[in-house]
Design a protein around this ligand. Structure first.
Ligand code: F3S
Length: 420
């Protein structure tokens, strides 16, 4: 790679050991991907805030001990626990200790304590075309696709290196030519009634991710009035079933006002279709539970927005969570403050819903939780749940999650795609 004089000085350690380590990691990354030079980014989102392995803690602590400081605004993904309500979350001591160490390391380096996987709904919002370096797959897909900002799928630990240097190697989705759609996915025979059931969006995302893999896809047939939270759920699911960094939704997303626009004058290499039967099939495949068992309901993956809480509160109005069920709704600290101020938090708490912040439920603490099965309206959580936590899962709409929580029995409603 061609490095500037200043970058060469950093590599020689003239600006300190933390920048030297960070830049050497980024240069290695750039050389693997054939980048010619480094480029500036204006903000970073750190993924490796969820304790998974000791190496993640030790790397962050080492950079902090060496005086590493972030050079650009840097947001933080969730922790493995609710950092304030960890007792109610029944966080085991080991997880609490490791999470606290991660928290301290990133805060010492100057990161913003957002503790959310939806920085794009919490004030860390890049503009169209802005070059950023984000970790966290749902956030990456959302930033590239829905906002039109530019980031690669930065892996754990690359993100903090990018934050310390304020630069990344110039390759991949940072470049216009790599943002053109290669595969066209057409939605066929999907009625308006189907789109009115919001559960369709994570299911479509799951299918799109499987079909696209690591290719940029253009999607034809999503209604123009799709809500932002539905796009959030679609991106999250797509980035879990495939290595999706960018998808174009024709007529919806900014680089896809037309098919021609997102193809950049080329033709798609492949044209695929999604039919109602495939959506039904995806719903079945996302459910691993063999029995009608769900004693834990989890919503808020990605973290719930204020609008999603309003909807949940309306569905819970006048109802109570059954004593045999635990119902968790997860969000950011910012949204938690809003629902507290307007009374939604009290209404939900009174009805038996527990609201947590800061946390990603995929780091399921088996030592202190003893649930038998979970139900979720998240395509991403359903996709990862069994493999990552060992807990069986049933995917369902938010309405079905609430019905199940209230009755204590797994409730299903007939979905419009199931009638086909
Ligand atoms: Fe967020 Fe964890 Fe879901 S990071 S998107 S709550 S799997």
């Amino acid at each position: 790679m061609r490095l500037t004089d200043q970058e060469q000085e950093i590599l020689k350690g003239k600006h300190g050991e933390a920048p030297r380590i960070a830049l050497s990691v980024l240069v290695d990354l750039g050389e693997v991907f054939g980048a010619q030079e480094m480029m500036r980014v204006s903000q970073v989102h750190i993924d490796m805030t969820i304790y998974m392995v000791d190496a993640g803690v030790e790397f962050a602590e080492r950079l902090a001990d060496l005086g590493g400081k972030v050079a650009v605004p840097t947001s933080l993904n969730p922790s493995a626990i609710d950092l304030e309500r960890w007792k109610e979350y029944r966080a085991p001591a080991k997880l609490l200790d490791k999470s606290r160490r991660l928290e301290n390391a990133y805060l010492r380096m100057g990161a913003t304590p957002t503790w959310t996987c939806v920085p794009y709904q919490q004030g860390m919002i890049p503009r169209f075309g802005e070059q950023i370096a984000w970790g966290e797959s749902n956030a990456i897909a959302f930033a590239n696709s829905i906002i039109g900002a530019r980031t690669n799928r930065y892996g754990d630990l690359m993100d903090i290196c990018a934050a310390i240097i304020g630069k990344v190697p110039k390759f991949g989705l940072h470049l216009t030519e790599n943002r053109k759609a290669e595969v066209l996915i057409q939605l066929k025979e999907i009625s308006r009634e189907m789109f009115e059931n919001k559960a369709i969006y994570p299911l479509l995302g799951f299918l799109i991710g499987e079909m696209a893999g690591d290719r940029v896809a253009a999607i034809k047939g999503i209604p123009q009035d799709v809500k932002i939270d539905s796009l959030k759920g679609l991106c999250a699911a797509a980035a879990s079933s495939g290595a999706v960094g960018l998808l174009h939704i024709i007529g919806v997303t900014p680089e896809a006002q037309s098919l021609e626009m997102c193809l950049q004058g080329t033709k798609p290499r492949e044209i695929l279709q999604i039919m109602p039967k495939m959506i039904q099939d995806a719903e079945e495949r996302l459910s691993t539970a063999k029995e009608d068992m769900a004693d834990l309901i989890i919503v808020g993956c990605p973290h719930f927005s204020f609008a999603e809480f309003r909807e949940l509160a309306q569905l819970m109005e006048g109802r109570k969570v059954n004593r045999s069920v635990t119902f968790w709704a997860i969000t950011s600290r910012a949204v938690f403050g809003w629902i507290k101020n307007c009374g939604i938090l009290k209404d939900l708490t009174d009805s038996g819903v527990m609201v947590f912040t800061d946390v990603c439920p995929l780091q399921y603490p088996k030592e202190t939780w003893h649930f038998n099965g979970t139900m979720t309206n998240s395509g991403k959580f359903a996709n990862y749940c069994f493999s990552q936590t060992g807990l069986d899962v049933t995917f369902g709409s938010l309405e079905e999650c609430v019905d199940t929580a209230v009755t204590g029995k797994l409730c299903r409603r007939e979905s419009p795609w199931g009638k086909n």
